[in-house]
Design a protein around this ligand. Structure first.
Ligand SMILES: [Zn+2]
Length: 245
């Protein structure tokens, strides 16, 4: 690759790096992309954005749990791939490394990443509808446990951001703060159509970061990025790994 020396210097000079990941990085682990990619998933006659919505939690929480337990059942057999492992390794190699993900599958943690800013929550966590106490589930607890909050006796729901809901504000603010301070920003496997990926990349760029996109397809982010790799996440990260010591 003709611009490798340039990239090498970018990586060597980078003190602070932010990586934003989306569904594309987990697709290589066999995690289904439930939204986008043409033809959205339909569950019991309901499109993805209906079964995964705030309204469904209010109207039919049983159905929502059935859908999430179905997804958790698929996920429990999925393992992290090389891309997840390389990012876990990078956590120890940069002075300041921040991993931000739109994924709820927990594969970054499974690969060994210790600190992950999960913008959309985690599919193996639930929270009380009433007092918001959170519960970590084992991935093999299918159907989910507990069903009832041990603090107040109310029902619990998946701790995942659904359609019609806001992102967890403290997690987003931390992601935004880190994005504004980094000198290298990688955006991996997301079309960035899903809010707020584009916002974080823009914040990084305005503040002078070098932006690298990794995605097999061109995305709305491509024009914003300084460099794009039209590759799968694992291929591109394996290439870039040589610049990280
Ligand atoms: Zn409670």
């Amino acid at each position: 690759m003709k611009d490798s020396p340039h990239l090498e210097k970018i990586f060597q000079d980078a003190r602070s790096i932010c990586v934003l990941t989306g569904a594309g990085i987990s697709a290589e682990s066999g995690v289904p992309t439930f939204r986008g990619g043409g033809g959205s998933v339909v569950w019991k006659g309901m499109p993805f954005d209906e079964i995964s919505s705030a309204r469904m939690v209010r109207e039919n929480l049983d159905e929502v749990w059935e859908w999430f337990d179905y997804r958790r059942n698929i996920l429990k057999d999925c393992s992290p791939n090389l891309a997840h492992y390389i990012l876990a390794e990078w956590e120890n190699k940069f002075f300041d490394f921040t991993l931000i993900t739109q994924n709820v599958d927990g594969l970054h943690t499974k690969a060994g990443s210790r600190k992950v800013l999960e913008l959309h929550g985690n599919i193996n966590r639930s929270r009380c509808l009433q007092c918001e106490k959170r519960f970590q589930m084992n991935e093999t607890d299918i159907p989910h446990k507990p069903e009832i909050c041990d603090e107040c006796g109310s029902r619990v729901r998946p701790d995942v951001v659904l359609f019609g809901e806001f992102l967890p504000i403290s997690v987003y603010q931390e992601a935004e703060r880190k994005s504004s301070q980094c000198d290298l920003f990688l955006i991996i496997g997301t079309s960035a159509l899903v809010y707020p990926a584009a916002g974080l990349a823009e914040v990084a760029k305005i503040n002078g970061a070098f932006l690298i996109e990794i995605n097999p397809e061109e995305t709305p982010m491509t024009s914003l990025c300084h460099k794009s790799f039209r590759m799968k996440a694992s291929q591109a990260l394996e290439f870039l790994r040589r610049f990280v010591r």
